[in-house]
Design a protein around this ligand. Structure first.
Ligand SMILES: Cc1ncc(COP(=O)(O)O)c(C=O)c1O
Length: 493
């Protein structure tokens, strides 16, 4: 409410109020940084002020920020970035020669020989060329034109940009976009903000979160009655669900998109995070090209691989970098895309520089290669071990069942919430899994994200927990979750 000025004159009403603001923004929700996380931050402050709690530390297992979890950064990346930021260090003999030559190349490709300059809106040419060569290597030689590559401020930026191009219409012609449930809530948030229709298709939890074409068809047929479905988004490997889809599944999805005339958006940011035996990452682009010209010349695809966040395993999310490649996009729309990205001038140049290193790391024979491989291998092995550990421990708890964490960096176990607790939550106006996670935070200091933030089948409850903490911390965390769940069941059964 407006505050009355002291002289008694009536206060001027604010131009911007909850009633007059953009209603689409009010519909946006983003559980990954929602009320639980806000409370976790408050608890951290209270602990630092000496207020007594039943725990001594808040463990933020809600988000995939590996550096915040103490993961070792990759030395080569830091060296090159340091050299690019402060080129005087190029005279310092403690830096290896390959880091120096990489820094010189990046600096030369930046306007004004400085990372402080703007770059081209689509991204630095030399970096887009390296990305294109990388995608060709990744996909076994299929051509990639650097002009089809757009560097972005992380995957989020690329995904939202593509959705902006796709969304239009009003009423029954409003654009519908198919997203998985559970989903990474960037999608639901962006669709809410753009006032598009979210079309939910459910992943099959009983079959390790696999994707059934019959479920896609059901969701599409129902949606066609009230909107205009135009795009299909797939996250593979999955967040929050950690599954890795089979090659057959990807082929079926491409065929479905072709048949139903849907624009495909493939979120492959976790492409390098595959742990389970027998699982392999198959890129949409590679499968599309293997299916022959009937598909590779027609299906419109945007994919978002290897971002600084995660897919690359290097966890540089704060630098904000990434890229997308677009395939079979109409030339006139592509011109609109180029215009759209030019409005934000350019993605951060340090993020672009790092992206270049991610797609083009030290090669055999270069001074930094051995150390780089050692650091990278240590990261992958540790993640694989922690994925297994998480699944194993959670499955020993009565009332928790967890699918194998085949990839990405989260587990998404199903939890039993007794009727009595569901009622108490409903009486408080809370989702039952929010009630559960809030209680766990207050009693143990563990910060998880309730499954309702990602979407789940009615009557089922989950939480998302990252597998990133160092092994000893993860073990403590899992044991605390176990203890809490047992107590919770006893209290409410
Ligand atoms: C599936 C998925 N897509 C996109 C993103 C956004 O990544 P970025 O930090 O590159 O914007 C994330 C981040 O966690 C993610 O999990």
């Amino acid at each position: 409410m407006s505050k009355m000025p002291e002289n008694g004159a009536s206060a001027r009403a604010k131009v911007l109020t909850l009633d007059t603001m953009n209603p689409a923004v009010k519909k946006v929700e983003y559980a990954v940084r929602g009320p639980i996380v806000q409370r976790a931050v408050e608890l951290e402050r209270e602990l630092s002020e000496g207020i007594k709690k039943p725990f001594t530390e808040v463990i933020k297992a809600n988000i995939g920020d590996a550096h915040a979890m103490g993961q070792q950064p990759i030395t080569f990346f830091r060296q090159v970035l340091a050299l690019c930021s402060y080129p005087e260090l190029l005279n310092d003999s403690t830096f290896p020669e390959d880091a120096k030559s990489r820094a010189r190349r990046i600096l030369q490709s930046c306007g004004g020989n400085s990372m402080g300059s703007y770059s081209a809106s689509q991204g630095i040419d030399a970096v887009r060329q390296d990305v294109a060569r990388y995608i060709e290597r990744r996909d076994g030689g299929g051509p990639c034109d650097p002009d089809d590559v757009y560097l972005t401020t992380g995957a989020s930026d690329g995904i939202v940009t593509m959705l902006k191009l796709l969304v239009c219409g009003k009423g029954a012609t409003r654009t519908g976009v198919m997203i998985s449930i559970p989903q990474y809530p960037l999608y639901s948030a962006a669709l809410a903000e753009l006032d598009a229709v979210q079309i939910n298709y459910y992943l099959n939890e009983e079959k390790c979160w696999s994707l059934d074409i019959s479920e896609l068809q059901r969701a599409l047929d129902e949606a066609r009655r009230h909107c205009n479905p135009r795009a299909l988004c797939i996250i593979n490997p999955g967040n929050p669900t950690g599954q890795v889809q089979s090659r057959q599944c990807i082929e079926d999805v491409i065929r479905f998109a072709a048949q139903e005339r849907l624009f495909l958006m493939a979120d492959e940011v976790y492409q390098d995070n595959v742990y389970a035996d027998g699982c392999r990452f198959h890129s949409f682009k590679k499968v599309l090209f293997e299916m022959g010209p009937e598909y590779s010349d027609t299906v419109e695809l945007a994919f978002f691989p290897l971002h600084l966040q995660i897919g690359s395993l290097y966890f540089l999310c704060g630098f904000r970098g990434g890229y997308m490649e677009i395939i079979n996009m109409d030339e006139e729309v592509r011109a609109q895309l180029s215009k759209l990205v030019s409005v934000r001038l350019c993605p951060p140049v340090p993020g672009q520089a790092l992206m270049d290193l991610v797609v083009n790391p030290p090669q055999p024979g270069e001074p930094s290669h051995e150390k780089f491989i050692k650091e990278r291998t240590a990261t992958i092995s540790a993640l694989a071990e922690k994925a297994k550990l998480t699944e194993q421990v959670l499955n020993t708890v009565q009332g928790i069942s967890c699918n194998p964490v085949q990839g990405a960096m989260y587990s998404f176990p199903r939890i039993t919430i007794p009727e009595k607790a569901v009622k108490e939550a409903t009486d408080k106006g809370q989702q039952p899994d929010m009630f559960y996670c809030m209680k766990m935070l207050e009693e143990t200091g563990i910060c998880l994200v309730p499954g309702s933030g990602f979407g789940q089948r009615d009557g089922t409850y989950h939480f998302r927990m990252t597998i990133l903490p160092p092994k000893d911390k993860l073990t403590t965390l899992l044991n605390k979750v176990k203890e809490f769940h047992q107590k919770f069941l006893q209290q409410y059964s």
